[in-house]
Design a protein around this ligand. Structure first.
Ligand SMILES: *Cc1c(COP(=O)(O)O)cnc(C)c1O
Length: 378
């Protein structure tokens, strides 16, 4: 039997970082010093966030998930405390609540904006509700004013998961600064990357102090290396990653502009396509494009969508099904008793999403090809 190579179809990738020579040089420069962790690059990276977002404190971490976990610890979330969030997000949002025994209470989304439906939150509030965790899904934001007025009414804390929304804003206020604290993540598919990494931003001195200490094994700033004032973790980010992040932050406007341009190419080509809808962006929101997720119309089933994804891939167009609802992930169903039908709006959307290639190296021709293939399959 002969092994024949399959003809090579050019692949258009789903996502990818935007790394220039400047990042490569900055990383190399750190490697020529002995300061690979807790050095000057850490402070400098944090300062790019305080400067850019106009917040008092920025605490860099090893990941966005670590940033969320530290904040729940600093909030003092206790076993059995309930936190209200969206089932239409990346799993880390909800998982961070579970780490120390908190209980996740999901509220379904708005069918147009794909963000948590604030009008449904109040019925989910109980005597055990401690906090709200709005997520800035796909670089847009939920109705943060309404979230805050509910929080004030019921004396709830507000933590913002902005891991997908660096550079976005709500009524001119930067995403991540609208909650008592906000979190960012720097995995390579995010707006900026440090390989792995995350950031907490807050104006609250105590949250900043506690998260900084718990990030570094519970040490206090002026105590010795082997002095541990509280239970902590190693959630530090190293200076190599920070050096990468500093340059990415210097290039943030350029990076966001490129993403906006690619999103524009998609929007133009899909505007007159009734079988496909994009997320509605509220007037108060300036989006920071994270992914290009479109929703097929209700004429398509989940099986139709899966078939389209498989055929797109065969045609060289990388694609995905962001997100599977968190409540339908196997261990949420097994351990927390969720089942299909619990959050119908999220489920109807999730069954019909197609994430198309979206990153800074796409050309207009790539976008053309992706949309043309998609239309053929519709
Ligand atoms: C990426 C992401 C996170 C977690 O960030 P990591 O750095 O991957 O740990 C959390 N929440 C949301 C909504 C995300 O998209």
């Amino acid at each position: 039997m002969t092994h024949r190579e399959k003809p090579v179809t050019r692949q258009i990738s789903l996502s990818g970082p935007d790394i220039s020579e400047a990042e490569i040089e900055a990383v190399t420069a750190v490697l020529r010093t002995p300061y690979l962790s807790l050095g000057a690059k850490l402070d400098e990276f944090e300062q790019t966030f305080t400067d850019r977002l106009g917040v008092k404190h920025a605490i860099a971490t090893s990941s966005g998930t670590a940033a969320l976990h530290l904040l729940w610890r600093a909030f003092g979330l206790n076993p059995g405390d309930e936190v209200i969030t969206t089932p239409f997000s990346f799993i880390a949002s909800a998982n961070s609540i579970l780490f120390d025994g908190g209980r996740v209470v999901f509220v379904d989304i708005d069918p147009e904006t794909w963000q948590i439906d604030v009008a449904r939150i109040e019925t989910a509030v109980t005597l055990r509700t401690k906090a709200l965790l709005p997520v800035d899904v796909f670089g847009s934001l939920p109705d943060m004013d309404a979230i805050w007025s509910l929080a004030k009414k019921h004396d709830l804390r507000v933590l913002e998961d902005s891991c997908e929304a660096l550079g976005a804003s709500y009524k001119g206020r930067p995403a991540g600064t609208i909650g008592e604290a906000g979190t960012f993540g720097f995995y390579p598919n995010k707006q900026i990357t440090t390989g792995e990494g995350g950031m907490i931003v807050t104006n609250d001195d105590e949250l900043a102090f506690l998260t900084r200490s718990m990030r570094n094994q519970g040490r206090d700033p002026d105590a010795g290396w082997l002095q541990h004032a509280r239970l902590g973790y190693n959630y530090r980010i190293c200076d190599i990653n920070c050096a990468l992040g500093i340059v990415q932050m210097q290039r943030l406007d350029e990076i966001l502009a490129k993403r906006t341009r690619v999103a524009g190419w998609y929007s133009e080509r899909l505007a007159d396509e009734p079988r496909v809808a994009m997320m509605e962006i509220p007037d108060e929101v300036t989006i920071a494009w994270f992914v290009m997720v479109v929703r097929l119309s209700d004429d398509y089933s989940q099986a139709d969508r899966d078939d389209i994804l498989a055929k797109l891939r065969r045609a060289g167009i990388a694609c995905s099904n962001y997100f599977t609802p968190i409540h339908l992930q196997p261990f949420y169903q097994q351990q927390h008793g969720y089942k299909p039908g619990d959050f119908p709006i999220t489920e109807a959307l999730s069954a019909r999403t197609v994430a198309l290639p979206f990153h800074n190296h796409l050309s207009e021709a790539d976008v053309d090809q992706a949309v043309t293939e998609l239309r053929k399959l519709l």
